[in-house]
Design a protein around this ligand. Structure first.
Ligand code: ARG
Length: 277
């Protein structure tokens, strides 16, 4: 290498290192020393939203959770899909759903670089709020207990010592842990896997979000029934990294607009056949 080439190589390396440093700086929400104070007028729309891919809003989701997200043919459909797509439209972003295992959604969002938002019927809970931010609530939900048809069930005490199928990392799993004594929890990657195990007799009961259990058993109950509704009073929200408060603000703003202009009601009616309460 000639002397000047070496010099050039050094300069390029230095520039790369500098820009990498700058990128890391952008990722951190707490310190934004490059932003000149006072450049943002009060009352102006939120600062520009940054997403992983320009023009797109990438959504991580366990897409086996009808009617919130499910795959039909090669298309992803559902309430979350329609609602987030409408939000994306308001923001001028194309929403793209990516299928992920539910239990990996929060760590993957936190790690960054794969998807911008979690749209997966995810319940807003304080423990999760330590790790990520949630949008304003967009759906009220409860748990359900599903067993083989004709099973006797009067309360959690009837399940003592039984095998309980749950989806890993869900609020259904947490409920079963807290409320059923000496149960053997059998974790599955998806709710549909848990139901398949119940149908096959490999578990005695499944604890799962009520609207999803109802949907999964609607057309073909495969010998199973909802034996109890469990009023946990959950609310679903979209999950956003704590490093992206602008995105969170923009999602909340769009969601509020969709609630005000009737679009939210239309989407709700389409998937649940009733108006939201
Ligand atoms: N609402 C429950 C929770 O947040 C279950 C969500 C599961 N979602 C899914 N797409 N599999 O824990």
């Amino acid at each position: 290498m000639s002397k000047s080439r070496k010099w050039l190589a050094l300069m390029v390396a230095f520039a790369l290192a500098l820009s990498a440093f700058a990128l890391v700086g952008c990722g951190a929400a707490e310190e934004e020393p490059v932003d000149e104070p006072g450049t943002e007028e009060p009352g102006e729309p939120a600062a520009e939203v940054t997403t992983i891919e320009a023009g797109k809003l990438l959504a991580g989701s366990d897409t086996e959770f009808p009617p919130f997200e499910f795959i039909e043919g090669d298309e992803v459909k559902g309430f979350d899909v329609d609602l987030l797509s409408a939000i994306g439209e308001k923001m001028g972003l194309e929403v793209v759903f990516m299928t992920e295992i539910f239990d990996t959604l929060i760590p993957t969002l936190k790690a960054g670089g794969k998807f911008d938002v979690i749209a997966s019927g995810m319940t807003i809970k304080p423990e999760r709020q330590l790790e990520i931010d949630f949008s304003d609530p967009y759906y009220d939900s409860n748990q359900s207990l599903v067993m083989a048809k004709g099973s006797a069930y009067a309360g959690p005490e009837d399940l003592t010592g039984k095998r309980i199928g749950v989806q890993s990392g869900t609020t259904g799993e947490a409920w079963a842990k807290e409320n059923i004594e000496d149960a053997t929890l059998v974790p599955f990657n998806s709710a549909t896997d848990a139901f398949a195990a119940l149908q096959a007799g490999n578990v005695d009961a499944v604890v799962n979000d009520l609207p999803v259990s109802a949907e999964l058993l609607k057309e073909d109950d495969r010998g199973m029934e909802i034996v109890a509704q469990i009023p946990t009073g959950e609310q679903y929200g979209f999950g956003v990294s704590k490093d992206n408060p602008e995105l969170l603000a923009a999602i909340n703003e769009a969601l509020a607009e969709l609630k005000a202009d009737g679009t939210y009601n239309e989407i709700y009616q389409k998937w649940f056949g009733v108006a939201p309460e």
